[in-house]
Design a protein around this ligand. Sequence first.
Ligand SMILES: [Mg+2]
Length: 426
Amino acid sequence: MYMGPDHGGQIMKNSNFKSTSNRSAPTKYRTILHIDANSFFATCETALHPEYNLVPMAVCGSAEDRHGIVLATNALAKKYGVKTAETLWSAKQKCPNLLLVRPTYGLYEEISRKMNRIFYDYTDLVEPFGIDESWLDVTASKKLFGGGKAIADAIRGRIKQELGITVSVGVSFNKVFAKLGSDLKKPDATTIIPPQSFASVIWDLPVNYLLFVGPSCARTLNRIGIKTIGDLACANPTTLKEYLGKTGVMLQNFAAGQDYAPVTPMGYEPTPKSVSNGMTFRANLATPQDISFAVTYLSMSVAERLRKHGLCCNTVAVTIRTPNQQSFNRQAPLNHATCLYSEISKKALDIIAENQYMHKEIYSLTVHAEKLSPAEDSFQQQLFADDWELNYKKHYSLESAVDSIRARFGRTAIGIASAVKNPLIV
Ligand SMILES: [Mg+2]
C-alpha cells in the first residue's frame, strides 16, 4: 500500500526502472494511467460497513498492542488530523472517539482482484504496484475507448459504482509522471500531466513528490539547493552524480520526463539468454547408465523451459564437478537449432564421452542450452530433409504433450521411466 510520498526505499524492488536511461526514446508518446485507491483499507471496510462512515474510523494493527499503527483512515478521522503510519497512542490523543477496526486482508485482496478485472476490460498491459495501485498502458486502447482522460474517468466511475471504492488516476506519457499525477488530487479525481506542458504542471512541486525520492534522498538534494522537481531537472549532472551516484542521474531523467520503462504485465518473464539445469545427485554418478540418466533428466527441464519461451538453442554445454571438486566445462555447437530434450541430451553425452568422462565418477552435473534464438526464426533458416522434418515434428509434439500434462497435473505426473524410484534423485 502506498503511504504518502515516502517511497525512497522501493528503488531496488522495481527493477523495471533500473536501466531506463539506456532505453531509447520512443518515437510516439505513450498514454499511461496510474490508478491508486484512496485510503484503500478504510474504503474497503466502509464499502462493507457503511455505518463506519458516520464516525471517525481507522484501520489499524493490533489495537491491544500499544505499538500498533494506523494503516488507513476515513474522511472524518482525517479531519481530526489522524494520519497513516501514526501510532495508535498518538491517533487517540488527537481523536479520543476514534473507532479502531482490525484489517480484513482477504477482503482487500478480493476487491483488488475485482479492480484488476475492470482494468483488463481496457488493456492487458496492467502492472500492479502493491495491492491498491496499478499502471495501465492504454496507448493502443484509445481508438476503442477515447483518450487517456476518458478511459481514466470511465474506470474511476466503474470502480466507484461497482465496488464502492474511490480511486485517483494520473494520466501521463510515462510511469513516473502518471504515478505523480495520481498523488496530486484525492479522492476520486483524474489528473493529467501532458507531454507538451509537464514542466508548468509539476516543476514547482517539492522534489520529494517524485517517485523514488525518499526522505534521505530529499535531504541530500535540499542540501545542495535542489528543492523542486524543476531544480532537479535543471541541476548540474556532475554534482548529482557526485552526491547520489547513478541514482542521481536516473532521478534527473525522471524529472525531465525521460522515463521509458514499459508497463510490464503480471507474470511476465524476460527472455532468457541461456537455460541451464544442474544437480548434485544423492550419490556420485559412477556408471555410463548413471550419467546417461542424469543427462536425460536435466535436459528434459532445459528443453521444457526453451519451449515455454518459444526458443531453440544452437549450442549445448556441460559443466562437471568431480568428487575432489575439480570443475570442467565444455561446449559444442549443434548442427541445427533445437528445443528437444532428446537432441540436447545426445549432444551433452557426446561432449562427456569425447572428454573421457563416461567412466569417471561425477559429483555434480549441469546441462546448458546456449546461443538461443526464437524457435520460428530457427526453423525458417534451416533446410530440412523431409523425413528429418517429419521426425522432428513428431518428437516436438510428443515433448510438448508432456509439457502440458506436467503443467496440468504437476511435474511428477509424467517423466522418464528410469527416474521412478531412482536412488540418484529420490
Ligand atoms: Mg492508495
